[in-house]
Design a binder for this molecule. Structure first.
Ligand code: UT7
Length: 328
């Protein structure tokens, strides 16, 4: 068995042109720019048009990532799409993206792990590259969450936005790439953030539609506490596993759930504000897409460069969570 280090060798991201501001939401539900800003840090989010869907944004991000990786798309052997908002229940959005980008030698599949999906994909693919099963893979986080949001529920509709980010993973030199990664879940908290309708349990009936069972339901303040604890604990564990201390970390790129969650995780870890990336004001919470979009923004702006030690951490419905330490 080989022991090949795997790392991110190219990234890309994409999102809809449409913007939904806090002022727009004030006209739809009983809320205010002041409440949304102070409780979440969000000022606007991207919103897909009715004729736009998840695989389109995933494909745009994936094409950019492949181009920046400098490989041929036919070298990709696996396309993993992390999404909670697939184009349709079958086939997988990963298979649809595979066709759209021309990754003819790949297998396409989806990972359903809500906001932690990108880290689930990275963790799975890292071990496949490390053991020599595959050489190059795409891990994509892509969401059109605004189509699953109930715009009469002010507890959820102010948070979620749309977008996609993608990473090409491939072999990298020793000491580089993914140094430590771990994923977790606890299904006992399933009903803290879920969409009850549309599956085999309730099906899709006039009753489920009338009840709004196809929309996301969230117990936000209960999730808040578990999110902070889970992300901080797994982050600390992964930093130690990678052989470093928190002070060695150059940049933390957390899932963009809520600015207050990000601040609380950073304070629990003892990481200063300037080392924690946030784009939640512009993007809102894009679930599995939030880490790859934020990570690509950091790379493009030079916040993360060759040699940077980066900590990623996520938390989402399931509940699921994860932590990953990468040397770029
Ligand atoms: O993506 C990963 C998974 N998701 C998360 O991790 C989400 C975590 N949770 C959160 O981000 C926050 O809990 C929310 C932003 C969702 C809610 O903020 P909160 O500070 O936890 O508020 P709350 O739910 O405890 O509600 C406080 C008050 C309530 O009013 P009363 O009962 O005190 O009168 C709510 O009805 O704020 C009210 N409220 C709002 N008011 C204006 C809830 N949503 C809104 C709103 N505008 N949009």
């Amino acid at each position: 068995m080989t022991n090949q280090n795997a790392g991110i060798i190219g990234m890309g991201h994409a999102y809809p042109e449409g913007i939904l501001t806090n002022a727009d939401l004030e006209k739809i539900v009983e809320t205010s720019d002041e409440w949304i800003t102070t409780r979440t840090g969000i000022k606007q989010r991207r919103k897909a048009r009715a004729d736009e869907y998840t695989s389109q944004f995933g494909s745009l991000a994936a094409k950019q990532a492949v181009e920046r990786a400098g490989i041929d798309v036919t070298d990709i052997e696996l396309v993993v799409c992390a999404t909670t908002t697939p184009d349709q229940i079958m086939p997988s959005t990963g298979a649809l993206i595979q066709a759209q980008i021309g990754a003819v030698n790949a297998a396409g599949m989806d990972v359903f792990a809500a906001c932690s999906g990108f880290l689930y994909g990275l963790t799975m693919v890292e071990s496949m590259i490390r053991t020599g099963q595959i050489k190059y893979a795409l891990v994509i986080g892509a969401e059109v969450l605004t189509k699953y949001v109930d715009y009469t529920d002010r507890g959820t509709c102010v948070i979620f936005g749309d977008g996609a980010g993608a990473a090409v993973l491939g072999p990298v030199a020793e000491g580089k790439g993914i140094l430590a990664t771990k994923i977790r879940s606890d299904g006992r908290y399933a009903e803290q953030l879920y969409s009850p309708g549309g599956g085999t349990k309730l099906g899709t009936t006039h009753k489920t539609i009338d009840n709004g069972d196809h929309f996301f339901k969230m117990k936000g303040n209960e999730l808040f506490k578990i999110a902070v604890r889970s992300m901080a604990d797994i982050s600390a564990e992964m930093v130690v596993k990678a052989g470093y201390t928190v002070d060695d970390i150059d940049m933390v790129v957390p899932h963009q759930a809520n600015q207050r969650i990000t601040d609380a995780v950073a304070s629990r870890l003892g990481v200063p504000e300037e080392k924690v990336y946030s784009n939640i004001a512009q993007m809102g919470n894009t679930s599995s897409a939030s880490i790859p979009i934020a990570l690509d923004e950091c790379i493009q702006s030079g916040k993360i460069k060759e040699g940077s030690l980066v900590l990623l951490t996520a938390f989402g419905g399931g509940v699921t969570w994860g932590g990953t330490v990468i040397r770029f």
